[in-house]
Write a protein that binds this ligand. Sequence first.
Ligand SMILES: Cc1ncc(COP(=O)(O)O)c(C=O)c1O
Length: 376
Amino acid sequence: MKKIQMVDVRSQYLKIKDEVDAGIMEVIDSCAFINGPKVKELQSNLEEYLSVKHVIPVANGTDALQIAVMALDLKVGDEIIVPAFTYAATAEVVGLLGLRPIMVDVDLSTFNVRIEDIQPHITSKTKAIIPVHLFGQTANMEEICEFAKEHNLYVIEDNAQAIGADCYFKDGSSKKSGTVGDIGCTSFYPSKNLGAYGDAGAIFTNDDELARKIRMIANHGQVSRYYHDVLGCNSRLDSIQAAILSVKLKHLDEFNLNRKKAAEFYDAHLSKIDQIELPYRSDDSNHVFHQYTLKVKDGRRNQLKEYLDECGIPSMIYYPVALYKQKAFSSYVSEDFSLPNTKILCDQVISLPMHSELTQEQQSFIVNKLEAFFKG
Ligand SMILES: Cc1ncc(COP(=O)(O)O)c(C=O)c1O
């Protein structure tokens, strides 16, 4: 059996090697390494795939979030609601810009923020919400956007983990995740559902004025070459990554379908184990399984991780420590600050290998070992 990987970037590359290699060679032949035609091609390919008016490719997902927040023209001390159960980047950029990340709890089933988590934290300084579509399933964007409208708040979707997912609305319509709020941000980190072969990211918006500002900020605040209207940053996506991403975008739905099938296999074979809770599927979006994350209910999560390591099965704890427990964020909370669901999740979650190239042989091995652990 091929060695099991948490994410098997290499096996996926080998399947699309000819296309990827040709794209890379085209960039090298052209020597248009920065802002070349491949970046523009990716931009329009993504605009079409996502049905969104503007895509602004940037250097990585963290920059995408930072630039999105910068484009809102907020004042030092303004507050932005973020989930406490997410990757640090979501809240980090808020703090870096002199704003206050207000960390809120998440739902125990979906791992995402809900209105009841957000509502109690709204103050006169609240200016935006950053819902994170964690592990490949979106937050309820219809409810969040309605709430944001009532309270005059911006919504920036952190779509780093859910590219390709669809948000469903009560009237039967749907939109791609990342295109529902005012701004959507994504990461193309190599292990993401749409992963580059290096760092990369993008920002999405249907708002012309926000798009103009975002483009300007991402390019040193320039309106035209050597004319700088605002302080910006250098966040360019390089053309080689863009070429790779355009090739992989063509396969994204197929990759996401493979992830879904792998999740269904896990579901079917793990549902009999009483000590674990399987990933929940909400009705308001489809899950693209960036991660397949279990909750271990019998207190043995860490033992399970050690056991899987011994069996040669990689696993990950996303996330072992809530953001409000991290030293970096300690100035934003009191010492006894705690969010009950986030705390439970940090203690119980474990993510199993999940990618588009998992074989049935590998998955059978994984589920057999899990069964053996909980029987033993
Ligand atoms: C939820 C979330 N937000 C933001 C990021 C940051 O993306 P990047 O690593 O491309 O800067 C990540 C990536 O790991 C992420 O998972």
